[in-house]
Design a binder for this molecule. Structure first.
Ligand code: PEP
Ligand code: MN
Length: 340
């Protein structure tokens, strides 16, 4: 529900209605429109009658939101969200954020070498899995907490903030302390208890789209994180399951403008998992930027043939460097076109 306030509504009046709605168990968020002030109410508003809200003389009108997601919705928050890390790095707000690194952290030498190379090429964030969600229990599962420590060393040496996946609620405290952007993997996009817990950690969350989840379900998952009130969300399109088998997943590029229309949250595209083949990563990364993505996430490995995970979809630092130049050129043109 959205409460549209009359122009003369005082702070005191607004505070009183906010307090009343919070007492009812609703989450109240202020929305500053072009000319009007509004309050967005998230939660179960079915028992709240429009008439009950209209009895406040400073309420202009009440509107019901038909979408199942609220906090992620652009209606609640017309302005684009920009994620800003303490070091000044940003995602959203017109720039192109590039997150690059190996699928998995394998050794200190490996992560340091890749971190240095992607930084040199212009990446702004280092990715690397320490806890890996593998389809087979016999496959490499990641180095766990040791992998996280190696990522911290790479951050210390390069200054790149780290993005890594959390798989279990038991690691919430460690991730809140050590990780700059907490990734929720595609397989956990609808792990609701995990989403709720991560939403209270106060770190930005990169939420990957579930392989068979709709845009609507993705935005509802974002609401699970946002309801915690402490964490911001970055949406990540990483391909969905379709009848097509020529690629690992079908990268839904149209998700970029659709998500940006429906939501204020920044949108990042992962063409590595989206295609599953290193030689398709380059064109699809460009396609993502052409579609207006706020960022991309790319798997880069210094020796893809020997990678312990996802070598077939990892590009070399050399190719990444070439891609970065093209991405930056294209991003410039796209930004001019959007008037940014
Ligand atoms: C990953 O980014 O390492 C990963 C496992 O991706 P996804 O969750 O999209 O499969
Ligand atoms: Mn991977």
């Amino acid at each position: 529900m959205i409460i549209i306030l009359k122009p003369g509504a005082t702070e005191e009046q607004i505070d009183s209605i906010k307090e009343e709605m919070t007492k009812k168990g609703l989450i109240v968020q202020e929305i500053q429109g072009e000319t009007t002030r509004m309050l967005g109410l998230a939660g179960d508003t079915t028992s709240l009658l429009d008439e009950a809200v209209m009895r406040y003389e400073f309420v202009e009108r009440v509107a019901r939101v038909s979408e199942r997601y609220k906090l992620a919705s652009r209606r609640f928050h017309p302005k684009n969200t920009v994620i800003e890390l303490p070091g000044g790095e940003r995602i959203g707000g017109g720039g192109l954020s590039v997150i690059a690194g190996p699928c998995s952290v394998e050794s200190e030498e490996q992560i340091l070498s890749i971190a240095r190379e992607v930084k040199l090429a212009g990446a702004g964030f280092l990715r690397g899995g320490a806890f890996k969600p593998r389809s087979s229990p016999y496959a490499f599962q990641g180095l766990g907490l040791d992998g996280l420590n190696l990522l911290k060393i790479a951050r210390e040496k390069t200054g790149l903030p780290i993005v890594t996946e959390i798989m279990s609620q038991e690691h919430c405290d460690v991730f809140a302390r050590d990780v700059d952007i907490i990734q929720i993997g595609a397989r956990n996009m609808q792990n609701f208890p995990l989403l709720r817990d991560v939403g209270s950690l106060g770190r930005p969350v990169l939420l990957k789209r579930g392989p068979s989840c709709t845009i609507d379900e993705m935005l509802q998952a974002a609401d699970y994180v946002l309801v915690g009130g402490k964490s911001q969300v970055i949406l990540c399109e990483r391909g969905i399951r379709t009848f097509e088998t020529a690629t690992r997943n079908t990268l839904d590029i149209s998700a970029v403008p659709v998500l940006q229309k429906r939501s204020h949250l920044p949108v990042v595209v992962d063409p590595s998992h989206g295609t599953g083949h290193w030689n398709f990563v380059y064109p699809m990364a460009l396609a993502a930027v052409a579609a207006g993505a706020d960022g991309i996430m790319i798997e880069v490995h210094n020796n893809p043939e020997a990678a312990l995970c996802d070598g077939q979809q990892s590009i070399t630092p050399l190719l990444f460097n070439r891609l970065m130049q093209k991405l930056n050129n294209l991003h410039k043109i796209i930004s001019e076109d959007r008037g940014e």
